[in-house]
Ligand binder design. Structure first.
Ligand SMILES: [Zn+2]
Length: 440
């Protein structure tokens, strides 16, 4: 049994000063306003519940600082991404993902939703274990001390235009299964274990033809199901041209939407799309730093929340690994588009980082500091150059990943005084990324 004494703790109604949180076997057993007792582990600043990073592609971390030359577009960015994807194997992916998840832990992430589509070996051949890449991600999360929902992704086609779906190219062969049944059979060999949940994903309506969508949804029933939706206008144009409807309408008609489903991005939506997502209780995952980096645009996130869609946040391509910044950028985008401040209250941003994020990843027992919940705590300093003077209730509008002092995942201290248990995470990242660009 361990007791953490929090200078401040974010409880269900917001921050409270002087809170003792007792933890036994990875669960919170009591939460009391009290003075510290001898033997308590003191957490400085504000202890928040653990953050869920609801949308990650771990290998995209290798692209940071590599895509800004030549005035690249989304599609030239994707070419660079494919070049990195083409070089990874299970050993190098384990090394890269371990460092990437450790960087997330430093930013307060206790649970990652990995939208995993880099399944097969070069040319599309199966590894001896067809899930070798997924197993590398599972091992990496364990090493980095974070929980993982592996959103194993169905990817069947190379793109979509007015004439229909395209053939897969060489790199995409690594992403693809034969059809939805083949995908489901492979996924059935992945097993859940402590800290690991197996979910599903439809890459997009570009990569999964309509007649296969229902099978993916059926195979995923009862588990988290994520899907990229309307990130770029080109996807909407192609879907309208071929199907005569929007991607959201297609997903709704094929039974993909619902409370276990999360639509990622939702940048370019019609009023009808917003209503359909809200009415079905479909979560929406905003990835504001990625949407800014890729010049996607700003989604109608306030309208989605008001329509009934819970909101969560993801660092997606990891141009930035700072979930506090993602939360702030969600509000910043709304302000820039609407000309109004306070579109999301700080408490709503914290909800997106914690409760709603964990729910979207299939962990309803995480995201709150309350008895019975998983013992995830993120202590954020109130005395750093960035945060000094901030009211705890508004800390989400000022703090950065660098202000995260301590991270506890399922009762285990993974980050202490800003240091990860694996050591120098910058070195781990550099060692994993450097070989991927040699001779590139
Ligand atoms: Zn994505």
């Amino acid at each position: 049994m361990t007791t953490f004494w929090c200078e401040h703790a974010w409880l269900d109604d917001g921050p409270v000063a002087g809170v003792r949180v007792t933890v036994d076997d990875g669960r919170i057993t009591s939460v009391q306003v009290a003075d510290p007792a001898p033997g308590d582990e003191r957490l400085p600043g504000l202890a928040l519940p653990g953050f869920a990073n609801a949308h990650s592609h771990a290998f995209h971390r290798a692209l940071r600082g590599r895509t800004h030359d030549s005035g690249g577009t989304f599609w030239t960015w994707r070419e660079r991404m494919y070049a990195v994807a083409g070089r990874l194997d299970p050993d190098s992916y384990l090394q890269l993902a371990r460092a990437t998840y450790a960087e997330m832990a430093l930013a307060g992430v206790t649970c990652v939703g990995e939208f995993h589509y880099l399944h097969h070996s070069r040319g599309g051949g199966r590894y001896a274990d067809a899930n070798a890449m997924g197993e590398a991600l599972i091992e990496a999360a364990g090493d980095a001390g974070v929980r993982l929902t592996l959103l194993d992704t169905c990817y069947l086609a190379g793109g979509l235009s007015a004439g229909g779906h395209h053939e897969l190219d060489d790199v995409q062969m690594r992403f693809a299964d034969v059809d939805a049944d083949d995908w489901a059979a492979r996924v059935s060999y992945l097993s859940e274990r402590p800290g690991i949940r197996i979910g599903a994903a439809v890459h997009s309506v570009r990569a999964v033809p309509a007649e296969q969508l229902g099978q993916v949804a059926a195979a995923a029933r009862g588990r988290p199901l994520h899907v990229h939706v309307s990130e770029q206008p080109a996807e909407n144009d192609a879907t309208r041209a071929f199907y005569g409807c929007t991607p959201v309408a297609l997903l709704r008609d094929r039974g993909v939407l619902g409370p276990d489903t999360t639509a990622v991005h939702g940048t370019h939506l019609t009023g009808g799309d917003v209503s359909a997502l809200g009415a079905t209780g479909t979560s929406v995952c905003a990835c504001p730093s990625t949407e800014a980096d890729l010049a996607d645009g700003v989604g109608p996130f306030r309208r989605l929340r008001d329509a009934g869609s819970p909101l969560c946040l993801g660092s997606d391509q990891h141009a930035l690994t700072d979930l506090l910044a993602e939360a702030r950028l969600l509000e910043a985008g709304e302000r820039l588009v609407s000309g109004e401040r306070g579109r999301f209250r700080p408490a709503e941003l914290v909800d997106a980082l914690t409760v709603s994020g964990h729910r979207a990843l299939g962990w309803p027992d995480a995201g709150r500091i309350a008895p019975g919940q998983r013992a995830d705590l993120v202590a954020v300093r109130l005395d750093s150059p960035r945060t000094a003077g901030s009211a705890p209730a508004q800390l989400v509008m000022t703090a950065a990943a660098a202000d995260v002092h301590t991270v506890v995942v399922d009762g285990r201290v993974v980050v202490s005084d800003g240091q990860h248990v694996l050591g120098d995470v910058g070195r781990l990242l550099a060692a994993a990324i450097r070989p991927l660009w040699e001779d590139a």
